[in-house]
Design a protein around this ligand. Structure first.
Ligand SMILES: Nc1ncnc2c1ncn2[C@@H]1O[C@H](COP(=O)(O)OP(=O)(O)O)[C@@H](O)[C@H]1O
Ligand SMILES: [Mg+2]
Length: 212
């Protein structure tokens, strides 16, 4: 079944052709976006607040732009929301286990992978802590760990470092770069120049010349 074996994960491939979007009769958020990216790419979507970064991510996730086309290849897409959400009384480990259980694994089978993901995101110490007791930064890292548990080919991450201190922000950026290195496609909306500096591709919004 898809997703259980990493080597069977289909490569994501995304092509944006002359993409423009506006809501109703409102002003264009962006127009003329041209970009192709795929496995191995870390794509930074940058621009001022309100320039349409989150909107562009949602279009790549499966929306329809006002003009132009977006082609998406095979592969699971996983969105990591800007605002962490979870079940207040469930533990950190339970949140990460859920995508494995949803694919038919037992909790015992999933446990080593769950602990590995918690370790990767510096969450091992709060493995048993209920979601409601996590700090904003811990919850944000948990969202990334849970997203990875779904073994996506394409990961869309909205402002992943906005609630993190510099040490954890650096750690999250390292992990996002590693994920792209593992032949995933990582698309990040961000204000953080440290993320943009590591990107293999950049989409700059709020710029009349559009994307590069
Ligand atoms: N569903 C929607 N309907 C109408 N306007 C929207 C909708 N979603 C976002 N907007 C508007 O589009 C603009 C861009 O929003 P957004 O994509 O969230 O920008 P960013 O993520 O760069 O801050 C904002 O002015 C926002 O209010
Ligand atoms: Mg946004």
């Amino acid at each position: 079944m898809p997703g259980l074996i990493m080597d069977n994960r289909p490569a994501a491939h995304v092509s944006l052709r002359a993409v423009g979007h506006r809501f109703g009769e409102g002003t264009w958020l962006f127009r003329g976006i041209e970009s192709t990216f795929g496995a191995g790419d870390l794509v930074a979507v940058t621009g001022p607040s309100g320039s349409g970064k989150s909107t562009l991510l949602s279009l790549v996730a499966g929306g329809t732009p006002t003009e132009g086309t977006i082609e998406r290849g095979e592969g699971r897409t996983q969105w990591v929301f800007q605002n962490p959400y979870g079940s207040a009384h469930r533990s950190t480990a339970d949140h990460v286990a859920l995508p494995f259980l949803a694919r038919g694994m037992s909790r015992t089978e999933a446990e080593p992978q769950v602990q590995g993901l918690l370790e990767r995101f510096n969450l091992s110490e709060s493995s048993a802590a209920p979601f409601r007791t996590l700090s904003g930064g811990q919850a944000q890292r948990l969202m990334l760990a849970r997203a990875l548990a779904a073994e996506p080919a394409l990961i869309l991450v909205d402002e992943p470092t906005s609630q993190l201190d510099p040490v954890n922000a650096g750690m999250v950026i390292d992990v996002l770069q590693e994920l792209a290195g593992e032949d995933r496609t990582v698309l990040i909306a961000t204000h953080d120049p440290r993320v943009a500096d590591r990107a293999t591709r950049r989409l700059v919004l709020g710029d009349p010349d559009g994307a590069s």
